[in-house]
Design a protein. Sequence first.
Length: 405
Amino acid sequence: MNQRLSAPLSIVVGITGGIAAFKAVSVVRAFVREGHNVQVVATDAALRFVGRPTLEAMSRNVVHSDLYEGVAEVRHVAIGQAADLIVIAPATANTIAKLAAGIADDLLGNTVLASTAPVVVAPAMHTEMWLNPATQANVATLRARGVTIVGPDSGQLTGDDSGPGRLSEPDAIVAAALAAVSLTAKRPRDLAGKRVLVTAGGTREAIDPVRFIGNRSSGRQGVAIALAAAARGADVTLIAANLEIAAPATVTVVPVTSAFELQDAAQAAAPDADVIVMAAAVADYRPRLVADAKIKKEQQGDELTIELVKNPDILKSLTEVRTPGQIIIGFGAETETDPDALLELARAKAKRKGTDFLVVNRVSWSEGFATEDNEVVIVTDTGDIVMKAAGSKASVANSILDLVG
């Protein structure tokens, strides 16, 4: 559980009628796994894309869709009154327009109007609809009222279309939502005025123009940290190494590929940063020689030998030249199964790297990399345990940022 949101929340997930409605299942699942009570309010159109049984199985509650159900208990008002957070994902152009105008002709509209909880809206629609001046004006209206807008991302849409309008990934929506409710209910924007540098993803070291040496990091945890820091008011730069998820639109993104590119980008941005979070998985070695053309197996035979040389230690290089007052957080991914041995690895790395904090997590074929959840232990440069956090990568991100907030 996220230590900042230890009490279960009452969360309404509103789902509207778009092809991206299937991603809402993962949003609901993430909130439930965090221990929160989720009430799904779906429009009739949404239920044409995602079945009621699926949403009820994921939320563990009855799905609400009819404005006139539960009249005796005034349900069209009660759901919104009881909510600590309302998340609408996906939000179609039609729904955004109705929210901006205060129209409540369905249960979802009534729920929003009857609530004082933070509202998070994740738009999803075709590019032309998103860029339409009417939609942009409606989004601006919602933002002015304090509604948190997540995305949309750019990418493949329905059919052959591609461009801005793609629903943000569930991890990003959950991270922004938890940050919004936490900041509203618990504290001010505690990172306002601070500059945060985050690295995420995994570097790739070229063998030839086709092949590379890399790792299985998807970048989810680093992206979650960047999103959470931005939601808490920070000016965030994200150095993104081959992300498997969409880069967030709320931060400055610097794309890189190799360890040397990541090093150059980090050294350029580090002097201006108040906080540095090195979550990227940097390849320890790279090929000594990179072929100019694709290596052909017909020419190489049954065996191919590649000589590797060590990559620079980027994290240590940053701690050695840190600016006064700068906080640097490192990451360590280990396959060690014994908790005590894992802790000793973290302590040794924190001392060796010179970080203020070292976040260690266990990885395996099914843990850590490319998963929705994470479990970490955080130690100081002196080896003291300052925090243990488990749950979604969004909640872990906020736990990590509590160290500097």
